[in-house]
Design a protein around this ligand. Structure first.
Ligand code: ZN
Length: 284
């Protein structure tokens, strides 16, 4: 079932929570009291039912930090009515944010954007994009400008100007050019579209659904899903470095042919599997 956990520093960003997510969560040893935000692509059971079990599991572990949950219109009704009728209280606050397309979240170090997907119910695709980081610090330049080592170096490294007597030393005097952050895209269920190509432009990793292979392209069109080849085409057109295929139809006992079809278009394609982990290094 669909769920992608991005662990970034001390924070967890969870994209979708299909049935049984809490079990995978425990097996993956992610931790139930981490700073957490959950993003739901759409209200189909295989993408959102697991939220309920996950919240309850967190509560059983006496979680105290709030959880923010983002998703399409109807998300609040789904969670609040489940809480009411299933009568489950929680040890922590849940904030539900029904989103609009565009900038969903703007944090100090990253943003999350959403674009409408093309699926049978209101759906979003998401993109996590880190902001630029300050450039590499050159100690020799700092020494030459007679900046004493220690806290002032650290300030400059973090992009703040410092004052030495009457002189101002700016970060640009001692740092290289700003460094690009990482970008990760998550499609949810969707047909390919120009909007998604734009959202996923130059992703380091693009996690894209490939419910079907070439043999069932008609079904992909009919059911508003994608084929692995279409995922490959979109990733290639968007300039995504790596494509991770996911959400394979249960009809495929072996997904190798689907991966092969995508690889005919894009040269870095891997199939997702349960509990798979992936490091996403900085380019530099
Ligand atoms: Zn769906």
């Amino acid at each position: 079932m669909s769920s992608v956990a991005i662990i970034r520093g001390d924070e967890l960003l969870l994209f979708d929570a299909g049935e049984g997510t809490q079990r995978a969560f425990l097996r993956a040893g992610i931790g139930l009291n981490r700073k957490t935000r959950i993003f739901i692509t759409h209200l189909h059971g295989d993408h959102c039912i697991g939220v309920l079990g996950l919240l309850q599991t967190m509560s059983l572990a006496s979680r105290d930090k709030p959880v923010d949950i983002y998703g399409p219109s109807g998300l609040s009704g789904f969670i609040r009515s489940s809480q009411k009728y299933l009568r489950f209280g929680l040890t922590f606050d849940v904030r539900i944010i029904e989103i609009r397309p565009g900038l969903v979240l703007n944090c100090k170090e990253y943003v999350v954007r959403a674009t409408p997907a093309r699926h049978s119910v209101p759906s979003f695709s998401y993109c996590l994009e880190e902001k630029e980081r300050p450039g590499v610090f050159y100690p020799a330049k700092a020494k030459k400008l007679r900046v004493p080592e220690g806290i002032l170096w650290s300030s400059l490294q973090h992009g703040h100007q410092v004052k030495i007597g009457r002189r101002i030393v700016r970060p640009v005097d001692v740092l290289g050019s700003p460094r690009r952050g990482r970008k990760i895209g998550i499609s949810g269920d969707t047909r390919p579209s120009a909007k998604l190509r734009a959202l996923f432009k130059a992703c380091d990793v693009l996690i894209f659904e490939s419910t079907y292979g070439d043999d069932h392209r008609d079904k992909a069109i009919e059911n508003l899903h994608s084929t692995s080849r279409e995922a490959g085409q979109l990733a290639k057109q968007a300039g995504a470095k790596q494509l991770v295929l996911t959400h394979f139809s249960a009809r495929y006992a072996d997904v190798k042919p689907l991966v092969k079809q995508a690889r005919e278009i894009h040269d870095d394609v891997i199939p997702a599997e349960d509990l798979m982990t992936l490091q996403v290094p900085y380019l530099d």
